[in-house]
Design a protein around this ligand. Sequence first.
Ligand SMILES: Nc1nc2c(c(=O)[nH]1)N[C@H]1C(S)=C(S)[C@@H](COP(=O)(O)O)O[C@H]1N2
Ligand SMILES: [Mo]
Length: 202
Amino acid sequence: MAVTRGFVGRRASARDPRLPPGQYDVGSSWPVLTAESTPSIGTDRFRLTVDGAVEEQVTWDWAQLRALPASTWRGDIHCVTTWSKLDTWFTGIPVDVLLDAARPLPTATHVMVTSSTGYTTNLPLADVVDEKAWVVWEHEGAPLAREHGGPVRLLVPHLYFWKSAKWISRITLRDSDEPGFWERNGYHMRGDPWLEQRFDGD
Ligand SMILES: Nc1nc2c(c(=O)[nH]1)N[C@H]1C(S)=C(S)[C@@H](COP(=O)(O)O)O[C@H]1N2
Ligand SMILES: [Mo]
């Protein structure tokens, strides 16, 4: 059985440890997955609001958002349709910066993120704090392309990428969880790729 063990060992080490179970590496390409038609949102019309269970509802326009201290996140992203994109990078701000301005009430447990198209996705508040989630406007040094959510999208890289809503306009703090667009259509409420939480019941 030493032969079998050696064979299994080689196979295991050949698989990139950055790939969660059931995922493959798309390399340098970046697939587009969009349920609605791609909107055109000029930066003059762009607004992002944090509302709901907060002490103060706050809205940023493009200039106000871009005046916040930007930083870069680098790592891997994972789509539920089994592609992963490894070692990519985005520029923006941690969601914490926006939440610090709006001050979530102690009762807030979840967020609902809404796109200007009406797409929604729900997340536990714990998954969007402590620099785990980002609001981004650049990808690898270039303005975020329209089909990838430009001018501004959410980035929650530790969860499946359907949680990373494109064209975001609103982050609503909530005292309870409620399914967003894909979650109402059978996807998991949390979506941890390392636990393969693809569908409701996984
Ligand atoms: N507004 C909006 N955001 C969205 C989606 C969408 O259809 N509409 N698709 C989600 C899914 S399923 C994935 S995998 C990623 C795809 O992002 P990309 O097209 O930039 O790769 O966006 C997520 N955010
Ligand atoms: Mo996806």
